[in-house]
Every structure is written in structure tokens, then in C-alpha cells.
Design a protein around this ligand. Structure first.
Ligand SMILES: Cc1ncc(COP(=O)(O)O)c(C=O)c1O
Length: 436
């Protein structure tokens, strides 16, 4: 796994990450630098954590590393006391390498390579998910001390990225799987589910929590000591989504109260990914090419475009936009310098590679822009740096980390900032910290 390193700037009070991006864009205009880049605000992650603990006090977050495995992100969350959901040996090694205790890690991949299961055992990570009999047979041989969590399928059609088509045992299968586990001597300690990423239906959580209760009872009847409920990920990353995080949290709390009240003694965890990092990252890309349609000799000479414009940018569907690209999402581009009242044109925005699928935004209204202008994309922290490829020789843009200090006052700005800064001082790169 490539770990990206960058400089960290502690932003002055009343300055935002967007201000930092603007100053970087001014510098780039002067120096002629045209490479795409991110500004990532670790303070935003801290704020999300405070919001989580307020809205879901009974649910311990185990951050889904796959969503954004950058060291600065993982370190910040580790220092905040979060746990981690790892899906592979590399992710397990990354998190354990940062000193996170095995008890704060769940290996949440229901179908694992045997050597990765053995690696988890040697790293002391015992808690892991399964949804099929073969997995139990592998685990019985490779990691006899494992504490298994049965992943159940959900009705996840309301999510932007459903997952139950691939993972999760049906409720009918659960009794059989729990019996097989007993026969093999494999301990099952709980139930997990995932409602699909960016879920728009909070009731999918309540339904799954009720289903999990049924599986807990089944497990207990078969002699398993069931103590862990894992409600997975799927929480929205930004507040402009159909449903807010707090609305979902309310439904979850009510449902937990009914099916897993505090006196049940069951530990509740979740595996949020997108929620923690989406808004922390903002991306600036440079327009490297442009075509006006339909072509005529006036538009070729740089006159105003007649009908619509195709823009080509230096990051795309095989880079930071891989997640969006897979579901044919229209990502909103905002020009860096936009004057009020400029006419808007129907435009499309394309990535830099040589395939026609590399489309970032199919239909968007933009003022006429020129090659060399910048576009800004917000909410770019989830499944961006982690999903991008080097296809056609293009790489993921560099990330400039910063820590905004506009954190809730009752937590004390300085302390929270120091927390994140300390996390980075412990990271492997010397001199990565710049305080302004
Ligand atoms: C098992 C598991 N947990 C957690 C997540 C994180 O989901 P999200 O980013 O929607 O919170 C995923 C995403 O694919 C997942 O597969």
C-alpha cells in the first residue's frame, strides 16, 4: 500500500482549509505549477468524531481503513481513541504498526485468504467476520483462537453502493452456520451487518438490528456467548445527503434501546468510513484541455463557445474519482475563480486517460473556462486516494494536510489541535510538521 506523506499546516484561527487551498492556488498561478492537489483538514475529522460520540454514545466507531488509509488520517483517529475495521493483511499491518492494540481491531472481511488469517493471528487480532461455512473451516485450522462475528445480509437497496449481493448470510442460513461453528469448536461472539455505503434509509439499520437480535438468541441457544453487535458502515459523509447522520443515529439509538438495551451488556461497534473522511478532503484540478462544440473557426480562436464545452482535467475516473465513476455519479465542479453573472454553458468534465469511460461529470453548467484554470471538488475524502490507480501513468494527487482550529470551544481548541498534531509527529516522516 502506498502511504502518502505531506506537509501539515496548523491553520491560524478563523482561517479555513478552503482559505489554505486558495492560497496554494495563488502560489501555483505564480509558479506555473499545474499538478492537481488535495487540501485535507484533520480538524474536520476531529469534529466528526466529537459529533459521533454525541449522537451515538453507545456505539464505538471502528474506522473502515479501506475508505482512506492515509497515515495522517489513521493516526488522527487512533489518537482520538477510535477502533479500526481492516479488510486485508496490509491494512492490519498498517494499523498494528501504528501501535493500535489488537482489541481495537476487527478483521471485517467475510472471505479471507488463509495466509491473511494466519497473519491476523500472529498480530494478535482475533475478532473477524464470516458469512459462510468454508470460512469457518479455514479459520478453525488457521486461527483456532479467533472470535467470529456472523455477518448477516441486509435489505440495502436504499444505499448508493449495496453490498449484500456479495456478503452476508441470509437469516435462514444462520442457524446452520452457528451449529457448524459449534461442531468445529469455533467461537462466535456476535453479529455484524452493513447496510451499504451512503445509505438513505435509516430503517435498514433498525430492521438489521432487530434481525441481529434474532441471531443473538439463536446463537445463545446453541451455546455461543454472544457479546458483540457490529452495525457496520453506511453513514453519510456530508450534510447535503438525503438523510443526516443525526437522523440515522436517532433511529439506531431507539432500535438499540429496544433490542440491545444497556443492561444486555452487549458491546456495540460500527465501521464508519465515508462519515469520517468525506468532507475533510478538497481537491483542486487543473484544466489541461478543452473543446467547444459544435466546432467552428471562431471558437477555435478562443472566442466564446457556441453550445457546449468538453473540459479535460488532470485527475479522473481512474484516479480520485474512481468511486463516483463506478456509479456514474455527476460530481459537482466549482471553478476556482467565478464571477457572478457569467453566462453558463452545458459542459462535461473528463479525466486525463485515453478511455472514453473516464468521465467525471456528464452534464454540468459552467462558465466558460480556459486551459490552465482550476476546478475545485469538495467532499473528496472517501474512496478517492484509496481507490485510484496509476492507469496511463497518472497518479493520485499530492495531499497537503492541515488542521483547522475552528473546533468546538468546549473541547478547547488547543488541546484538540495538539492531539492531531502529536499524531503526526509520531509518523515516520521527519520535518513533516509546519506550524504557521
Ligand atoms: C465491511 C465494511 N465495513 C465498513 C465499510 C465502510 O462503509 P462506509 O464508508 O459506507 O461507512 C465498508 C465499505 O465498503 C465495508 O465493506
Amino acid at each position: 500500500m502506498e502511504i502518502f506523506q505531506s506537509q501539515v499546516t496548523l491553520i491560524q484561527e478563523k482561517t479555513t482549509a478552503l482559505d489554505l487551498m486558495h492560497s496554494k492556488l495563488e502560489q501555483a498561478s505564480l509558479s506555473g505549477d499545474e499538478d492537481a492537489f488535495y487540501v485535507a483538514d484533520l480538524g474536520d475529522i476531529v469534529k466528526k468524531h466529537l459529533r459521533w460520540t454525541t449522537a451515538l454514545p453507545r456505539v464505538q466507531p471502528f474506522y473502515a481503513v479501506k475508505c482512506n488509509p492515509m497515515e495522517a488520517v489513521v493516526q488522527t483517529l487512533a489518537r482520538l481513541g477510535a477502533g479500526f475495521d481492516c479488510a486485508s493483511q496490509v491494512e492490519l499491518e498498517l494499523v498494528r504498526g501504528m501501535g493500535v492494540l489488537p482489541e481495537r481491531i476487527i478483521y471485517a472481511n467475510p472471505c479471507k485468504q488463509t495466509s491473511h488469517i494466519k497473519k491476523a493471528a500472529s498480530l494478535g487480532v482475533h475478532t473477524m467476520t464470516f458469512d459462510n461455512e468454508e470460512e469457518l473451516i479455514k479459520v478453525a485450522r488457521a486461527h483456532p483462537n479467533a472470535k467470529m462475528v456472523l455477518r448477516i445480509a441486509t435489505a440495502d437497496s436504499g444505499s448508493m453502493f449495496p453490498i449484500s449481493i456479495k456478503f452476508g448470510a441470509s437469516l435462514e442460513e444462520c442457524g446452520h452456520l452457528l451449529k457448524v461453528a459449534r461442531e468445529l469448536g469455533v467461537e462466535v461472539i456476535g453479529v455484524s451487518f452493513h447496510v451499504g455505503s451512503n445509505s438513505s434509509d435509516p430503517h435498514c439499520f433498525s430492521e438489521s438490528i432487530a434481525n441481529a437480535r434474532g441471531v443473538f438468541d439463536l446463537g445463545a441457544d446453541l451455546g455461543h456467548e454472544m457479546t458483540l453487535l457490529d452495525i457496520g458502515g453506511g453513514f453519510p459523509g456530508s450534510d447535503d445527503f438525503i438523510v443526516t447522520f443525526e437522523e440515522i443515529a436517532k433511529v439506531i439509538n431507539q432500535s438499540l434501546e429496544v433490542h440491545f438495551p444497556a443492561e444486555s451488556g452487549v458491546n456495540i461497534i460500527a465501521e464508519p468510513g465515508r462519515y469520517y473522511v468525506a468532507t475533510a478532503f478538497t481537491l483542486a484540478v487543473n484544466i489541461i484541455g478543452k473543446k467547444c462544440l459544435p466546432w467552428n473557426k471562431d471558437t477555435f480562436r478562443g472566442e466564446e463557445c457556441a453550445k457546449s464545452v468538453k473540459y479535460y482535467i488532470n485527475d479522473g475516473g481512474f484516479g480520485s474519482f474512481a468511486d463516483i465513476f463506478h456509479c456514474y455519479f455527476n460530481q459537482k465542479a466549482v471553478p476556482y475563480k467565478q464571477s457572478v453573472g457569467q453566462p453558463l454553458y452545458s459542459s462535461s468534465v473528463w479525466g486525463p486517460t485515453c478511455t472514453a469511460e473516464d468521465l467525471v461529470s456528464n452534464q454540468t453548467e459552467l462558465p466558460e473556462l480556459q486551459v490552465g484554470d482550476w476546478l475545485i471538488f469538495e467532499n473528496m475524502g472517501a474512496y478517492t486516494v484509496s481507490q485510484g490507480t496509476n492507469f496511463n501513468g497518472f497518479s493520485i494527487p499530492r495531499v497537503h494536510f492541515c488542521i483547522s482550529s475552528s473546533l468546538p470551544l468546549d473541547f478547547g481548541d488547543e488541546n484538540v489541535c495538539c492531539l492531531a498534531v502529536t499524531a503526526l509527529e509520531d509518523s515516520v516522516v521527519e520535518g513533516c510538521l509546519i506550524m504557521k
